[in-house]
Structures are given as structure tokens and as C-alpha cells.
Design a protein around this ligand. Structure first.
Ligand code: S3P
Length: 430
């Protein structure tokens, strides 16, 4: 479906930030692993998280969905039933990778499948540690979905040093570690989002965290819980950027998750010269949240990306590329080869789309080089069915001289179903 985004003359109002995708997935999986009834208040009812919910239902967990909450009846560490068909993870890498950790510990065989995009993303990164814990994995071409898992009961505790900073892989190993006899440790090269660690502690697991290493002690049953999901910082990021870029813009984003392992984008924006206000800071379900008040138009300078920030802004690179086209000077993004294996190759997608609108952008092996500021013109761009590319390009459309048409605009359903309606109401362009 093609969506036409018109240049914005204004951007004003409150954004209802959708619930955090990462935390919703984890609430579903931790609830399924616990014994008894858990509730998930304010879950993200978008396609990716619904894939996780359907998978645990097919594994024998009773699930009830209400408007603003989900109920999941957990079955305990080893209580899942063998699924009668392959489990469909849709477009969701988080579902496939974290669920692999749960299934690797079950005493049965199961298969995970996904859509064409997910079937091209590497799954060996999660299979390798889980194989060393005793499970067997069969992957297409040794790397991709369909993933067939023959679980191992009990699992072997391991010490794993990961080559990638990936919260999905970390979560899979830590959740598998709940089923092992002894201490399972996971060390990563950079600090990825730590929601799993926070939530495991809240569910009564014995977990220790120091620096880049997390250690879980098994076997350990989890307590059922009442999870509350805050607003997703990565969804808020599109409106933060739009609010900063549009003259006279003023947007308020309420109850946004401000976990420091997620907010590298704010540090980056500060270096670019942007500012904002944060109000009503508090703790919500073990995560720091606050209301963000953003006012345009910022006079931005080009800032090259510091490698240590990458894991904490990994999902914000597409929107950062749009911001860089409006900043004074040359922006160099590097150390981003992970972007090539997201829902689409995000480096290629942003280079193609922004150059189609007239930006000065060059794709490098592991990043982008962007010269700004440049005047963007209208044109046709493609989301490549990647939600974050569609939303980033819509912000480019707001600051373009004429209309930008976005192919595959329906991809926002993955993480932000109300995106287009909220964008229209903020700009007044229906
Ligand atoms: C996620 C982790 C990140 C991120 C993704 C969600 C998670 O992926 O890009 O959108 O919920 O754990 P990686 O683990 O591949 O870095």
C-alpha cells in the first residue's frame, strides 16, 4: 500500500506512544515460563508481539486478550506441549530468537518458520550457544529459518562470549539457562538492552549482572507477575525527530521508556545540539519512564557515531540518517554491519531512499556518509516492508519540498499500528 506524505506546515499535539515491543515480547515469554496466571497491562497489540502470543498459545498456554491487557497462564519451565504444526514467527526476529531459547530446553522437537524477510536473517547466532547447551538445531543452509529444534532436558550450563551485542541472543541464552543445572553466563561486546535481566530479577530468578556479563543460576522456576509495559522509545524516536525538524513544532510524548540501554539516540541528539524537556520521571514496572516535550526547529550539527553507542540506538539509525541530511557538515556512521541483517538491509534502504529525494548520501561497507544540510525533494520511496524504514521516510516526507510516496506503508503494523493516524492528526494533513 502506498502512503503519500505531504510537507508539514505544523506538527503539534500529544503522541500516544505505543507500548514497548521488546518488553511486550518478554512479558509473554516470561509469563509462559512461570507457573500460574500473569497479566500484561498495556501490551503492544501489533503484529510482532501477536506472533509471540500465538506461539505460546500453540505451545499449550491459555491466553486471553482484552482491550488493554493480556492474560497468559504459564506452564512452568518444562510444561509446554509439543506443537502439532510449525510455529509461525511472522516478521519477528525477537520471537524466533527468544523462543529458540525456550524450545531448546523442551523434551520434544519443534520447528520455527517466518515470512520471507525473517527467513533471510541469521539464526546461527542463537543456535550456536544453545547447541553447546545440548540442544540439536537444523537450519536451512546452516543459518536460516526454518529452524528445527530437538530440545535437551536438562540443559548444560555454559559460559558464552558472544561476538555480537544482541539482546535477542542474550535473552535466549539466559532463558535457556533457567533450565540448566548451574550457572550460565553470557558476555557481550557492547551493552545491549537489559529488559530481560530486569524482568528475570522481578520474576524471582537468581541473576547477577556486572558490566557486559550476566549470569543466571538454574534450575529456577519463575513467579507469575503483573507486568506493566511502558511506551516504546524506538517508536517515540520518529516523533522526537519530526518535532525537532519542523519549524514551530511542539510534540509531547508521554510515559516513554527511558532505560539507558535504549536511549543512546538522546545522547547523540544532544551532541547534535538539540534539546528537549523531560517531565514526570518515575519507575514503571522496573523501567524508568518520563514525558518528553520536544520543540522545533533545532539547528543541528553533523556528529559522527561513537561505536560504544551503537547497541543503545541500533533501531534508531534510519531516523538518524534523516536527521543527518538536515545537519551542518559531514556525518559518518560506521560499525553498523548489523543493520544489514535487520528486517531489510537498512543501510542500503536508507541510502537508496534518501538519495532518491536528493540527499547527499553514500553507502559504505558498514555504514553511511551523509553531507548536510540538503533540501529534500519529493518522490517515490520504498519501505522494503520494514516498519522503521517506512516511519523514517515519512519524517523525510514531512520536511520535503513536495509529496513523498511510501510503498509498503502497511509495514507500520509491525510495531506502531496507529502511526499514520497520529501523524495526520499532528500535521493536520488528512
Ligand atoms: C531487540 C533487540 C535488537 C533490536 C530489535 C529488538 C529485542 O535486535 O534491533 O528491534 O527485543 O531484543 P538484536 O538483538 O538483533 O540486536
Amino acid at each position: 500500500m502506498v502512503k503519500v506524505v505531504q510537507p508539514a506546515k505544523r506538527l503539534r499535539g500529544d503522541v500516544v506512544v505505543p507500548a514497548d515491543k521488546s518488553i511486550t515480547h518478554r512479558s509473554v515469554f516470561l509469563s509462559a515460563l512461570a507457573r500460574g496466571i500473569s497479566t500484561i497491562k498495556n501490551p503492544l497489540a501489533a503484529e510482532d508481539c501477536l506472533s509471540s502470543l500465538k506461539c505460546v498459545e500453540k505451545l499449550g498456554c491459555h491466553v486471553e486478550k482484552k482491550k488493554d491487557s493480556w492474560m497468559v497462564e504459564g506452564v512452568g519451565l518444562w510444561g509446554f506441549s509439543p506443537p502439532s504444526h510449525p510455529l509461525d514467527c511472522g516478521n519477528s526476529g525477537t520471537t524466533m530468537r527468544i523462543l529458540s531459547g525456550l524450545l531448546a530446553a523442551q523434551d520434544f522437537e519443534s520447528t520455527l518458520i517466518g515470512d520471507p524477510s525473517l527467513s533471510k536473517r541469521p539464526m546461527d547466532r542463537v543456535a550456536e550457544p544453545l547447541k553447546s547447551m545440548g540442544a540439536s538445531f537444523t537450519l536451512s543452509q546452516g543459518k536460516f529459518a526454518p529452524v528445527t529444534i530437538k530440545g535437551q532436558k536438562p540443559m548444560r550450563a555454559i559460559s558464552w562470549e558472544s561476538k555480537v551485542a544482541s539482546a535477542q541472543v542474550k535473552s535466549a541464552v539466559l532463558l535457556a539457562g533457567l533450565h540448566a543445572d548451574g550457572e550460565t553466563s553470557f558476555e557481550e561486546p557492547g551493552l545491549s538492552r537489559d529488559h530481560t535481566e530486569r524482568m528475570l530479577l522481578a520474576a524471582g530468578a537468581s541473576l547477577q549482572k556486572s558490566g557486559l556479563k550476566s549470569v543466571v543460576k538454574g534450575p529456577c522456576e519463575l513467579k507469575s507477575a503483573d507486568w506493566v509495559v511502558p511506551g516504546d522509545f524506538s517508536s517515540a524516536a520518529f516523533f522526537i525527530a519530526a518535532g525537532l525538524l519542523i519549524e514551530g513544532g511542539e510534540v509531547i510524548l508521554r510515559s516513554v521508556n527511558l532505560n539507558p540501554t535504549r536511549t543512546g539516540f538522546l545522547s547523540y541528539l544532544k551532541d547534535m545540539g538539540a534539546s528537549w524537556d523531560i517531565k514526570n520521571q518515575k519507575d514503571l514496572g522496573g523501567e524508568p519512564v518520563g514525558d518528553l516535550v520536544i520543540k522545533g526547529r533545532a539547528n543541528l550539527r553533523a556528529v559522527s557515531l561513537k561505536p560504544h553507542l551503537v547497541p543503545s540506538l541500533i533501531d534508531e539509525i534510519p531516523i538518524m540518517a534523516v536527521l543527518a541530511t538536515q545537519a551542518r557538515g559531514k556525518t559518518v556512521f560506521s560499525n553498523l554491519s548489523e543493520l544489514r541483517v535487520k528486517e531489510t538491509d537498512r543501510l542500503k534502504a536508507m541510502a537508496l531512499n534518501l538519495s532518491a529525494l536528493g540527499a547527499k548520501i553514500e553507502e559504505t561497507q558498514d555504514g553511511l556518509i551523509i553531507e548536510g544540510p540538503s533540501i529534500l525533494g519529493g518522490g517515490m520511496v520504498n519501505s522494503f516492508l520494514d516498519h522503521r524504514i517506512a516511519m523514517a521516510m515519512s519524517v523525510a516526507g514531512l520536511i520535503s519540498k513536495s509529496d513523498v510516496s511510501i510503498q509498503g506503508s502497511e509495514s507500520v503494523m509491525i510495531s506502531f499500528p496507529s502511526f499514520w493516524t497520529q501523524l495526520s492528526s499532528l500535521t493536520g494533513n488528512i
